[in-house]
Write a new protein. Structure first.
Length: 252
């Protein structure tokens, strides 16, 4: 039986690497794309790794053309690549905004648009990696929150539009995940503590589960939504994976 094929953007990030590993363990052929080069000796858990900048529409077009030629099918697309800018509004430039939107919102839209013939043929699925910031947010991250809220809205709209063609579109909204992006985000100064470890301890205490997520836990949620055997009747949904943070009253 021919392997199902998944394309994962931002595959060299914390969630991207974990997602590639989870899909591969479950028998999928994994095509990964990232703007960075994999460090020597890194196990990317991909069958094919492409270096490209998905902020560039022409790079996405070439990427999908390569999948059409080399894999001949695409059963799932995981729009995971993202950049995060942590600045107060008055320090956020138009260049910041445009770069963030080009990666976090325009690229997922164009990836889906370009992959549509392959997704139609496979009656495939799309999982957009949004963020808990789409539904609840904090100071100094307005551009990022805006992009992730828009990605959740795009998920709903395309799920409605493409359901008749057998294509499912869903989103995962991770909360705090132990990745380099999370640790870099602590520079916003929104947490108490004089050093990273103190900030992490204070951050853990805000979660009902008493910890933050590991990338593999988000990856399992992505696989669940992508796989037609597991989630064939789910489309247009935003699955929040945040350890109970957004369901807790701020007064508690």
């Amino acid at each position: 039986m021919e392997k199902q094929v998944v394309l994962i953007t931002g595959v060299l990030g914390g969630i991207g690497l974990a997602t590639a590993a989870v899909f591969r363990r479950n028998g999928w052929r994994v095509v990964g794309v990232d703007v960075a080069q994999a460090p020597a000796g890194t196990d990317t858990a991909t069958d094919r790794l492409v270096q490209a900048d998905i902020a560039r529409a022409e790079d996405i077009t070439a990427l999908i053309a390569g999948i059409t030629e080399q894999e001949g099918r695409l059963d799932a697309l995981v729009n995971n690549a993202a950049v995060q800018i942590c600045k107060p509004l008055e320090e956020t430039t138009l260049e910041d905004w445009d770069r963030l939107m080009s990666v976090n919102l325009r690229a997922p839209f164009w990836c889906i648009r370009q992959a549509l013939p392959l997704l139609r043929a496979a009656r495939g699925s799309v999982v957009n990696v949004s963020s808990v910031h789409a539904v609840a947010t904090s100071p100094r991250i307005a551009a990022y929150a805006s992009s992730k809220g828009a990605l959740a809205a795009l998920t709903r709209a395309l799920a409605v539009e493409l359901a008749g063609e057998g294509i499912r579109i869903n989103a995962v909204l991770p909360g705090a995940v132990d990745t380099p992006m999370l640790r870099a985000g602590f520079s916003r100064g929104h947490l108490e503590g004089t050093n990273l470890e103190a900030q992490l301890r204070e951050f853990y205490s805000r979660h009902r589960i008493g910890r933050i997520a590991q990338p593999e836990e988000i990856a399992e949620a992505i696989l669940f939504l992508a796989d037609r055997r597991r989630a064939a009747f789910i489309t247009g949904e935003s699955l929040v994976v945040d350890g109970g943070v957004t369901v807790t009253l701020s007064t508690e």
